[in-house]
Design a protein around this ligand. Structure first.
Ligand code: NDP
Length: 291
């Protein structure tokens, strides 16, 4: 019974990647172009290296062109901006992603805002944030976009639902709240200064936790039948072993929810699938075709 409550993000993402690969095949056969994604890694951060490798592999598996740029830790902001300029002008590159975090000497926001907004597949450019806020046709940040697809698949129409988003970062919390508002949810954004967080969460039909605090949200904070989307990825030690856990205490939440994403295997796999989806959207718009 409780198995059915666990949202299988891995399977959903695999299905989405299959659909994207079919659309890439159409782009090639019918329209004569290959969607291309450039990923830029600066430095040696081990987690970033894994993410970049996975992104490259999945891009190629979907039949897209993958361009990887690995720059040394000592790269200056001017050098990185020169590469962005080159990629902005490269017609084979439809999407550009600069892996964060960047080394200290580089202003991340300046780099993000140097990317052509129509190639900004992470959706972090100020123009894309503005388009999301004003109902324009932009590119939406991958993780919240993935959360929204899971919610719509599960619940269909979200109008009128009370959603509580915990976290207000530019990459997850704020765009998530905006997406839910665009779906006509009533949205509460909670953060570290929120008074009575359990009380706020108890009113929610939908809870999205994007906090970065292991197992913070407890089952007794939840309304019976709530849907919980756990974005958190936290590495902890338990029983002498390393373990990944979310921002929600899965075991105490499970009996209260109607559905919940596990960590790992929930939101995580959706992020790269949505990156591929954004690259496809960006390529189709640049080419002026429908796929
Ligand atoms: P940030 O650190 O940028 O933001 C965390 C947010 O949580 C802030 O708004 C902060 O509030 C809020 N917060 C912190 N402590 C509390 C608290 N005790 N009570 C209520 N709110 C609190 O994190 P991100 O948004 O980048 O990431 C959040 C989590 O999601 C992380 O675990 C990260 O690893 C994960 N993540 C997962 C992805 C995936 O693919 N699945 C992708 C991106 C992130 P305030 O603003 O007041 O400081």
């Amino acid at each position: 019974m409780s198995e059915q409550k666990i949202i299988d993000g891995k399977a959903f993402a695999a299905k989405l990647r299959t659909k994207i690969a079919a659309q890439v095949a159409v782009a090639k056969s019918k329209h004569g172009f290959t969607p291309g994604l450039a990923v830029v890694l600066v430095g040696e951060d081990p987690a970033s290296k894994v993410y970049v490798r996975n992104k490259g592999e999945q891009t190629k598996e979907a039949g897209m062109a993958s361009f990887e740029y690995k720059l040394p830790e000592s790269t200056s902001q001017a050098e990185l901006l020169a590469l962005i300029d080159k990629l902005n002008k490269d017609a084979a590159v439809h999407g550009i992603l600069v892996q964060l975090p960047l080394p200290k000497q580089i202003d991340s926001q300046a780099v993000i805002n140097a990317i052509d907004p129509d190639k900004d597949v992470d959706g972090f450019h100020v123009v894309n944030a503005g388009r999301l806020a004003t109902g324009g046709k932009g590119l939406v940040p991958c993780t919240p976009f993935g959360c929204l697809l899971l919610l719509k698949d599960l619940l269909g129409d979200l109008a009128g639902k009370h959603a509580v988003v915990i976290g207000r970062s530019n990459i997850v919390g704020k765009p998530m709240a905006q997406l839910l508002l665009n779906e006509s949810c009533t949205v509460t954004i909670a953060h570290s200064k929120t008074r009575d967080l359990p009380g706020e969460v108890r009113r929610a039909d939908i809870v999205v936790a994007a906090v970065g605090r292991p197992e913070m949200v407890k089952g007794d904070w939840l309304k019976e039948g709530a849907v919980v989307i756990d974005v958190g990825i936290n590495r902890i030690e338990r029983d002498g072993k390393g373990k990944l856990v979310g921002d929600c205490d899965f075991q105490s939440c499970l009996p209260k929810v109607s559905a919940i994403t596990p960590v790992p295997g929930g939101v995580g796999p959706m992020t790269i699938a949505l990156l591929l989806n954004n690259t496809l959207i960006a390529a189709a718009r640049q080419k002026g075709v429908e796929l």
